[in-house]
Structures are given as C-alpha cells and as structure tokens.
Design a protein around this ligand. Structure first.
Ligand code: J2J
Length: 531
C-alpha cells in the first residue's frame, strides 16, 4: 500500500487553527531554542548515568545533529529510533529535529518483524539503538535487520554518539507545518500504521497539555512508560515537562522496585502509567519503604482504568489521579483538577481543545442520543487527516470530511467528558499495549502446520485483556502451543504480541451468519471463552 506521506488539513481549517493561536508556526529547532534560552541552567533530564541541564542537552543534541549530517543524514531522511528510557533518547530525537530528519518512534519491545518493517516501509537511512537493555542484544537485532534492509545506511548505538565526525553548520529545519516525526499507531490491521505529526499540531497539544496538567519549573516527571510512546512524549510527557521548565526523570522499568526509589530521590511530582502498573503500585509493599510524598498526580491511561481502582489511588499512594484517554493519531482527553471527584473517577476525561470536534455515532452512522454509547469520531487541530503512505486504509479510517474513526465506543456526558465503553476496532488492548489480531494471525498462518488461526481477547483482571489464539492444524501433526510460541519468537515478533494462550482446535464454531467474516468469527470465539 502506498499513498501520500502526509494529508494536510484543508486550508480553511489550517487558517482557523492559526487564527486561534493553536498553530504558532514554530518548528522544533525554534522550540528547542526557546526552552534552552528560558531554562538554560536548570536540570532538564536525568537517568542512571547522566544529569544534563537544558543547555547541556541542547549542546549534545547540536553536536549529534552535526555528526549525523556529516555521516550523510539529510533533512527529510527517516531514522528509526529504538531506545529505552535513557537521557540519550532526548539527545537523539532533538538532534534529528535540529537536522530536520524524521525520527520513527519504535518501542524497545519491537523485534526484527517490526523494526524491519519500519526500516523498509519508511526507507530509513539509519537505525539508532542502545547496545543492550533488559538483557536483550540490540546489536544482534540490528545485524539481522540490516541484512534485510539494503537502504539502511547506518546503525548507530548511543555509545557511539560521541565518536561522530565534527560536521559543519546545520541546514534550516523543516517548516512548522511539515512532518517532523512518525509516531506509531496501536494498529488494527496486518501491519502497524505510521502517523505523521507536524510541529504546529504536536506542540499545540504539548503546550496545552502542560497547562492543563499545571506543569511548571518545579515539576519532576518520572518516565515510567516507554518514552517513545505518545502518552510519555506528549500527554504532557517529556515534551510538556521541558516546555514548562521541569525535569525529566528517566525510569528504566515501571516496577515499584525501580520507580519508587527514583520518586523519592528526584522528588517526583507527576508520572503517567498504564492501568496494570497503577494497580501494581497500589498493591506494592514497597510503598512503605519509600517516601512518595512528593507525588502529586498519578496519570493513568492507555487502557480503561476502572472506577473502583481510581477511587483507591489517593488512599494507596497519597496522590491525585488523572485519567488520560489519548491516541497517537491525535485527540487526548484529560480529567481536570477542577472536575468533581465522580467525574475524575468515572470518566476518561474531556478533550484538550474546544476545537476538538467529537461525534458519537451508531452503526448506521447517525449521532446517538446524548449519553448513549457509540463510536467516537474526531477531528481537530492536532488530529491527523491521514496515515503515512496508506491510501487504501485512509479511505476507511477517515470520513470524507476528515473525521478520524477512533474505533472506540464512548458515552459523552453532559459535561463533555467521555466514558470509554468498549471498541469496534479489531484490536486487543493488553494493559495499554495494543495488539492487532490480524497481524498475529498472519504470523501464525506462516507456520507450515497451521491451517487457520483466529486471535481474540480474553478478559483479565490485571491486564484488562490478554490474547488467545485459536489454531486449526493443517494435518495430523498438530503443533503444540509451546512450539507455536517459539515459532513466533523466532520470526521476530514483539513479545507482547505473542499469544498468552493458544488453543489448538479441530474447527471454528459457526457464527450463525451466512458469510463468515473474521470479525464475526472472533466475536463468537470470544463469547465461547467467556461463557
Ligand atoms: C480506555 N482506552 C484507552 C483510556 C487510550 C495518552 C494516553 C494514551 C495514549 C494511547 C496516548 C485509554 N481508556 N484512558 O497516545 O497521548 C485506547 C483507545 C485509544 C487507543 C490509543 C496518549 N487511553 N485508550 O494509548 O495510540 O482504544 O495511545 O484509541 O497507544 O488506546 O492507543 P495509543
């Protein structure tokens, strides 16, 4: 599938968003200049090895930008960035912003299937890694990817950043309205989709997120989600914190044993987590061994956080809870400080902008009555109008008048707050990690002994959902679940996509519908599981 790299907003919308002050015409290099000038000697970021002020971070990013340029990376080049939560993540992406090259935000959990695909699909010029993290050898992964991606000119480990050639002056950065980076979609199709974001639209969401969340120079933000994820980047995330002059504390893993000592040491005031991490923190005995009193706000999002759990946050962790319902495609909803408790606990927030247009539709495409559930469609100043090079899919994912079909089922309260009730998209939300059944099914079908496969969600008290694959063997020699898992791992599929449960069956149940669609089949199998 191909198509445009970027679907611009129609001119009348662009004008409106500029006139309203949402789009300020500031590109990322100018934004970096601004925060460096404003907050120069303050601490910008720290991790296990580094503590850099805004100025130090900027100097490093500039040096890296010149070095990458000297290597032959030019404005517009795509660069796949796969880094754990380390300070160098900011150094690398700010270098790419300075240079006008486009970071493609991969997750540390991605393996050769995903990385190879990103490299080929974006025709990436370079791939940036940390050599080892959490016991995994990214060098070996890079070698494997490289063999498959002839266009990939450079693999760069963060330990090599200091050895880049000196390089001369940098070219002008891209205009604020041009694509600045590619974010990943959760995915509901055979391959993940890439999301082109501009400085104009993204920085608007970052500035207003920082304001909504009340960030300032006293903010200390713990990055406990993967930093490249849209939540950790922008809601308000590392960019929102740096915009406000606060400090970013990189946390290598979200477990209480790792996060709590950092909260204590860096006097962390706010952090964002997915529901299973919130639950683990709330239940952890390590709470008593660390001073968590600086923590003011626990943001929870990425998957639905149950009201019953939200109610308990204050007592368990001594802080406020904020629900965040966002998507890398754009729209982000927050519960606000001033919202009644009932709304903070029982809703997933309301949009950032008064110009986030919301539609809640029934299956026939008509607006539902207020308060009734329906599919959420949205359009606005920071919601994309099309995925990167995905013409066919764009025709399905967006209406003709530019609304993005989120695939989420919501109820809209009189106050404008949204309550997430479910979804109509083919996606499993495994504690915030998104799994596209079709993608996993395709990999299972590549096994010589698999005749058919269907991947569905199983309700789970901890993760919300887990994945279950039903597999019909093609002959007498049925593969075992362990063999199939090993097969998927060897193929290089990210670990979170490998089914939690695999059922080898003789046939699939009848769906009761004449022509069986995959969706019907998955629905019937799900009912089967929950009966
Ligand atoms: C229910 N479902 C939710 C929530 C996301 C901030 C926060 C999260 C994301 C994110 C993000 C949910 N309750 N509170 O990008 O900036 C599900 C929905 C949504 C999908 C988007 C951000 N918060 N979801 O999770 O692109 O189904 O972004 O459409 O990974 O996650 O996934 P993603």
């Amino acid at each position: 599938m191909t198509g445009a790299e970027f679907t611009p907003w129609p001119p009348e919308f662009a004008e409106r968003y500029r006139a309203a002050g949402y789009w300020q015409g500031q590109n990322f290099p100018q934004w970096l200049d601004e925060i460096t000038a404003k907050y120069g000697d303050r601490l910008a970021v720290c991790d296990e090895r580094n503590r850099w002020t805004y100025r130090e971070l900027d100097e490093r990013a500039r040096r890296t930008a010149r070095g990458l340029h000297a290597l032959g990376i030019v404005p517009g080049d795509r660069v796949v960035v796969q880094l754990p939560n380390v300070a160098e993540f900011l150094q690398v992406i700010f270098a790419l912003f300075r240079l006008g090259a486009l970071p493609v935000f991969a997750l540390p959990a991605h393996r050769s299937q995903e990385i190879g695909y990103f490299c080929r699909f974006t025709e990436a010029a370079a791939y940036v890694i940390a050599e080892r993290h959490a016991g995994f050898d990214y060098r070996a992964l890079a070698e494997q990817v490289r063999a498959d991606c002839p266009a990939l000119r450079h693999v760069l480990a963060i330990s090599e950043l200091d050895e880049l050639p000196e390089g001369g002056p940098l070219p002008q950065g891209p205009a604020a309205g041009e694509v600045a980076f590619l974010q990943l979609s959760g995915g509901s199709t055979g391959v993940p989709k890439l999301i082109p974001r501009t400085a104009d639209d993204y920085l608007y969401s970052v500035r207003d997120s920082a304001a909504i969340c009340g960030l300032n120079t006293g903010t200390s933000y713990l990055v406990s989600l993967p930093v490249a994820h849209n939540f950790a980047m922008s809601s308000p995330g590392v960019l929102g914190v740096l915009h406000a002059g606060g400090r970013v504390v990189m946390c290598p893993a979200p477990s209480p044993d790792t996060a709590f000592p950092l909260i204590e040491r860096e006097r962390v005031t706010i952090t964002g987590v997915v529901p299973p991490v919130a639950l683990a923190w709330m239940a952890s005995s390590a709470r008593d061994q660390h001073d968590l009193s600086s923590l003011d706000v626990l943001q929870v999002g990425g998957a639905k956080f149950a009201r019953e759990a939200a109610v308990r946050v204050r007592e368990a962790l001594g802080c406020r809870v904020q629900q965040v319902f966002g998507m890398a495609e754009g729209l982000v909803n927050y519960t606000r400080d001033e919202d009644p408790e009932e709304v903070v606990h029982g809703s997933q927030g309301r949009p950032i902008s008064v110009d986030d247009e919301i539609r809640v539709l029934d299956p026939a495409g008509n607006e539902v009555a207020p308060g009734e559930p329906g599919e959420l469609l949205t359009r606005g100043p920071y919601t994309i109008r099309g995925y990167y090079r995905a013409e066919e899919h764009n025709a399905l994912a967006f209406t003709e008048d530019g609304f993005y079909r989120t695939g989420d089922v919501v109820r809209r309260l009189g106050s404008g707050h949204l309550v997430v009730e479910g979804r109509v998209k083919d996606q499993i939300n495994r504690g915030g990690e998104k799994v596209a059944p079709e993608e996993v099914e395709n990999h299972l079908l590549a096994h010589e002994s698999v005749h058919d496969a269907a991947v569905v969600a199983v309700p789970d008290t901890y993760l919300g959902e887990r994945t279950c694959a039903f597999v019909i063997p093609s002959g007498q020699d049925a593969p075992t679940a362990a063999q199939l898992r090993a097969f998927l791992r060897e193929r290089g599929l990210a670990g979170y996509k490998i089914p939690d449960r695999i059922e080898v069956v003789e046939s699939f149940p009848h769906t009761g519908v004449g022509k069986t669609s995959r969706r019907d089949l998955r629905r019937v199998l799900t009912e089967h599981l929950t009966r």
